[in-house]
Design a protein around this ligand. Structure first.
Ligand code: FES
Length: 349
């Protein structure tokens, strides 16, 4: 442990921490744009700069390790002025379209511009980059005019998803993130997991949702992805009782990542073709039935088959799309009620 003074208060902090980690441990908020605790610190945006007593320049809190006796100021006038300058620079070539931008209300740049009172009047004249909207991916838009070059998407793709499908192109003001679909789908190693989209702090990478919504109109409901047995935790973003987006949650098995199905494949939830009642086949045609009718039919058929052929005439195939509890009940029903051990899982169908 080392002793650190932040904004006049002294804390004990593990010696292998960065200033940012130390501050977060004690509930001290330092703004960040390029930081993600799952990734190797990048030090690109400089929003996290702090004043360290004795150091000539401001230090990036996300990359600076703590040392014993450090005296740090996270919100001195000098620090605030530096952050304002950074935001003014980013804003100077950012499309000023918060009124219609789908990210409005959950955009980090918008949030910090509000917090630091940025009005775009400080004399930086940047040109909005002339990069056309790329909509060639099936699941997301890539609007590089809005990219702030935090590099989260590139690093998530390389470090966590381990695909390395996207990267930086060009130099200086022309720098942008190249997504493989600009070159055509056949040239891409991208698996459309959407982890880059989930990590983007601004409106540069946005899902191709079919619903229009603002984040303040929605609620988030934490649940488990139903596609396979990994148990990824997800937040269903719901507006008016309809799922409009899925966000990855930081569950123990997925750590804020998802695959393409979990991230984008939620259309089935509210699809009009979903069954709402049981169906019973009569004269070769499925007819809607009540649950009482369906259970009666199942009961009589099970009794008939068991009477004629014995319990081993049955087999149960359950599914990774069910919860563990549902799978447990399925095997219990077949072993204890029907009397067979013919129980298996869809993975071995
Ligand atoms: Fe530290 Fe971006 S958060 S440099």
């Amino acid at each position: 442990m080392v002793s650190l003074t932040i904004n006049g208060k002294t804390f004990q902090i593990p010696e292998d921490s960065t200033i940012l980690e130390g501050a977060e441990m004690h509930g001290i908020n330092i703004p960040t744009l390029c930081h993600d605790r799952r990734l190797v610190a990048h030090g690109a945006c400089r929003m996290c700069v702090v004043e360290v007593e004795g150091a000539k320049s401001l230090m990036a809190a996300c990359t600076t390790p703590v040392s014993d006796g450090m005296i740090i100021r996270t919100h001195s006038q000098r620090v605030v002025n530096a952050r304002k300058d950074i935001l003014e620079l980013i804003w100077s070539n950012h499309p000023n379209d918060c009124l219609t931008c789908e990210k409005s209300g959950e955009c980090k740049l918008q949030e910090y511009c509000y917090e630091y009172d940025i009005k775009g009047e400080d004399g930086y004249e940047g040109e909005i980059r002339d990069i056309p909207l790329d909509d060639s991916n099936e699941f997301y838009y890539n609007d590089q005019r809005k990219c702030i070059l935090c590099g989260k998407c590139v690093r998530i793709c390389g470090e966590l998803q381990c695909t390395g499908a996207i990267g930086f192109s060009a130099r200086g003001f022309k720098t942008h993130v190249t997504h493989p679909f600009e070159e055509g789908m056949n040239h891409s190693t991208c698996v459309s997991c959407g982890n880059c989209v989930s990590a983007c702090p601004v409106g540069a990478l946005m899902p191709k949702g079919k619903e229009k919504f603002r984040n303040w109109e929605t609620e988030k409901i934490r649940t488990t992805c139903s596609y396979c047995g990994v148990g990824c935790q997800i937040d269903l973003v719901v507006k008016d009782n309809k799922v409009v987006r899925v966000d990855p949650a930081h569950g123990p098995s997925n750590g804020g990542l998802l695959c393409v199905k979990g991230k984008f494949g939620f259309g089935f939830i509210g699809h009009p073709d979903r069954l709402k009642t049981p169906l019973i086949k009569k004269d070769g045609i499925f007819i809607e039935a009540t649950w009482d009718e369906a259970y009666e039919l199942i009961k009589s058929k099970v009794g008939e088959i068991k009477g004629n052929y014995g319990p081993n005439a049955f087999a149960a195939l359950s599914s990774a799309r069910c919860t563990s509890e549902e799978n447990y009940l399925m095997q219990k029903l077949f072993r204890a009620v029907i009397g067979t051990n013919n129980v298996d899982h869809c993975a071995r169908l």
